[in-house]
Design a protein around this ligand. Structure first.
Ligand SMILES: [Zn+2]
Length: 265
């Protein structure tokens, strides 16, 4: 999910059960829903073919986000026409049946998405009943289950939406996105590509190679800081290779693969 630009991991746009355009009405709020089961965006897309309902985004239990109605169109999620017309609807997968807690990945991605929508449409910091509403505000329902006020995940969800908003608004998100990628990679016991230290031949420095850039570290403290952060994030030591050694015959080609502006050695 590209949160800054509201580009979902997957677009599976409904052909029925939404209203094209917003008839001049501005988006000024987000509605939060839960799906009532452990469903994916594709599952919701399928169910809504036969049901007069839809939403703009679906967040699955693995945190994957699917866009099912374009933001510019009205989705039928709140069972309340004026509220539908002015809002973006976000569905969250429950980890099991109706009203069960969301997974950590779903909770975090959903809160991040709500923050991203608030920022993108200039709605201000996410505020419950200010610019973020539960489905049950617009019509009688149990939705959004554990995210309702006074229910198990409400406080954490609202807290995270605010935290994500602050980070995004201050431009910190790249780093945070990267840190979550490290966390996710660690949980799945995968090694992130391209992060290592390379010791170039005969030069008094170390290159820090990351997915985004290559930078020469000239002071031992810088190297220790990189090693420390990597260890805290991943629980293991950052790989160190000697340039051109048998373990790193690829180092030269790796460096060549970065745009010049990303290499500072
Ligand atoms: Zn709902």
């Amino acid at each position: 999910m590209d949160f800054a630009n509201l580009k979902a991991d997957e677009d599976l746009i409904m052909g029925v059960h939404f209203t094209p355009g917003r008839q001049g009405r501005a988006i000024d709020r987000v509605y939060v829903h839960n799906m009532g089961g452990d469903l994916t965006g594709r599952d919701c897309h399928g169910i809504w073919q036969d049901r007069e309902a839809s939403a703009h985004y679906c967040v699955a239990s693995d945190g994957r986000v699917t866009q099912t109605v374009w933001d510019r169109d009205v989705a039928w999620h709140a069972h309340n026409w004026p509220e539908n017309q002015r809002s973006i609807g976000v569905e969250h997968a429950n980890s099991a049946g109706p009203n069960t807690d969301l997974t950590e990945a779903c909770l975090d991605a959903g809160a991040h998405l709500v923050a991203a929508i608030c920022l993108y449409y200039r709605l201000g910091r996410p505020e419950w009943l200010g610019n973020v509403f539960p489905h049950c505000y617009a019509s009688p329902t149990d939705c959004p289950g554990p995210l309702r006020e006074g229910h198990s995940q409400h406080d954490e969800y609202v807290r995270r939406a605010g935290e994500w908003y602050d980070r995004m608004a201050s431009g910190e998100t790249d780093q945070r996105d990267y840190e979550s990628a490290v966390d996710a990679a660690d949980k799945e016991d995968k090694v992130l590509p391209n992060e290592c230290l390379i010791q170039p031949d005969g030069k008094p420095c170390i290159w820090h190679v990351t997915p985004a850039y290559v930078k020469g570290l000239t002071h031992p403290d810088q190297m220790r800081a990189v090693q420390d952060v990597y260890r805290r994030n991943t629980g293991r030591d950052i790989p160190v290779y000697a340039y051109g050694s048998e373990e790193a015959p690829w180092a030269e080609r790796l460096l060549q693969s970065y745009p010049k502006s990303c290499v500072e050695v």
